[in-house]
Design a protein around this ligand. Structure first.
Ligand code: PGA
Ligand code: ZN
Length: 419
């Protein structure tokens, strides 16, 4: 048995330049570390992110208190625990906090330790991280959903929809998938430039041109796909994350323009967009509390359109069960820090796959060089991964890790299935 000897934490910074936690777990004279990500368009039901609100040195954003909790309390409690018993490690952390949303210690403190422990377990077993989750053989690579135009809370261009993504459905390998996206992104850059807009990027690496209506963004993407020699809806699909939590007022939504309209009117517009731009996947089309709107929308669609719950499910088993009973979606976005431990994340993935939901592993808009989620996607047989554009190292690090995994698998490597 390899016993944990200590856990050390420090304050580092995420891709938005905000303080975050890096935890390092030690055992057998080895160590592994992991950095916690952070969202901007967060769901109400997510696990709690603990920050030093009253410490003005970092504008109330530092994480020095949770770092201290890891260095003192958590390090002591995990000492002598078996590094390979992830469930026990996570349950000790969950119990230590004792609250439903991990409000006492903070999900950021708990998750950074939980991920670091998982990494160290692989290191000691001398196996790659992706082989230390659920899948034991026949590993498959996920399809990337690359966020190539940023809007909503991730840019300040006034675009209502938060993420406009492309998914290279016809790619036969992960490196081919990345190559297809690379070509489209380069063509999109020229098209945006030609229109006289800036080609600077938003939080997730997608372009953030000063266009403020959804259809202009969609038209640009369709053009870029065509210019790249691909067929929209066949070789490549357009996917959206509406993040509608940010767009609701008095039960009405301002998804399609600045005007607030009813759920029925919003659905009508969605159906038009799906048809016109051959959209294959929509995430968070309605707000996290509006279960009836989700069910109504799903009932109007064929099962081929992927409806993804992010803020709706917050990687939470109880919420996923409600969504399943209400037929509210057919896919779930998986974000480790929404729930706070590796064990609970794996439980949600297993249940989702059992009920036939697709699992999409996701980064956060505030992320880091830590590529944990790339291995998680392969190790859990997840169909897709959402980790931004081919820009900004915190996004590209995940794609690069998937390229390494593909190489490691050699001729046994296969792409996952989308439909
Ligand atoms: P977030 O964005 O990390 O800011 O929540 C990602 C998403 O909404 O999927
Ligand atoms: Zn989302």
């Amino acid at each position: 048995m390899s016993k944990i000897t200590k856990v050390v934490a420090r304050q580092v910074f995420d891709s938005r330049g905000n303080p975050t936690i890096e935890a390092e777990v030690y055992s057998n004279n080895l160590s592994a570390s992991s950095i916690c990500p952070s969202g901007a368009s967060t769901g109400t039901y997510e696990a709690f992110e603990k920050r030093d609100k009253s410490n003005k040195k970092y504008l109330g954003k530092s994480v020095l208190k949770p770092v201290k909790i890891i260095n003192n309390l958590i390090s002591k409690k995990l000492k002598n625990q078996n590094i390979h018993d992830q469930e026990r490690i996570d349950h000790i952390l969950i119990k230590l906090d004792g609250t439903k949303q991990k409000k006492k210690i903070g999900a950021n403190a708990i998750l950074s330790v939980s991920m670091a422990a998982k990494k160290l377990s692989s290191k000691i077993k001398k196996i790659p991280l992706y082989k230390n989750f659920i899948v034991k053989k026949n590993f498959k690579l996920p399809y990337p959903m690359m966020n190539i135009i940023n809007g909503g809370a991730h840019a300040n261009n006034g675009l209502r929809i938060q993420e406009f993504m492309i998914r290279p459905d016809k790619a036969r390998s992960f490196s081919e998938a990345v190559r297809m996206c690379f070509i489209i992104i380069n063509n999109l850059r020229s098209l945006i430039k030609k229109k006289g807009h800036s080609t600077s990027v938003g939080d997730e690496g997608g372009f953030a041109p000063m266009i403020n209506d959804n259809e202009s963004a969609l038209k640009l993407i369709v053009k870029a796909i065509k210019k790249s020699g691909f067929t929209n809806g066949q070789d490549v699909s357009i996917c959206l994350d509406v993040a509608a939590n940010e767009l609701i007022k008095n039960k009405n939504y301002s998804i399609h323009s600045k005007n607030y309209i009813t759920v029925d009117q919003s659905i009508k517009k969605y159906l038009l967009l799906i048809k016109k731009y051959k959209i294959k996947s929509i995430e968070d089309p309605f707000s996290e509390n509006d279960w009836p709107a989700w069910s109504k929308f799903v009932s109007k669609l064929s099962n081929k359109t992927q409806i993804v719950g992010d803020d709706l499910f917050v990687t939470n088993l109880e919420r996923l069960k409600v969504g399943f009973l209400n037929v509210s979606a057919n896919s779930i976005l998986i974000k480790l820090n929404q729930i706070g431990t590796v064990t609970e994340t794996l439980e949600v993935i297993k249940f989702a796959q059992l009920i036939g939901f697709k699992t999409i592993i996701s980064h956060r808009s505030g992320d880091s060089e830590d590529a944990f989620i790339a291995d998680l996607a392969v190790g859990t047989d997840s169909n897709q991964i959402k980790t931004g554009s081919l820009a900004r190292s915190e996004r590209v690090s995940k794609y690069n890790q998937l390229i390494r995994i593909e190489e490691d698998l050699g001729n046994r490597s296969k792409m996952n299935k989308i439909n």
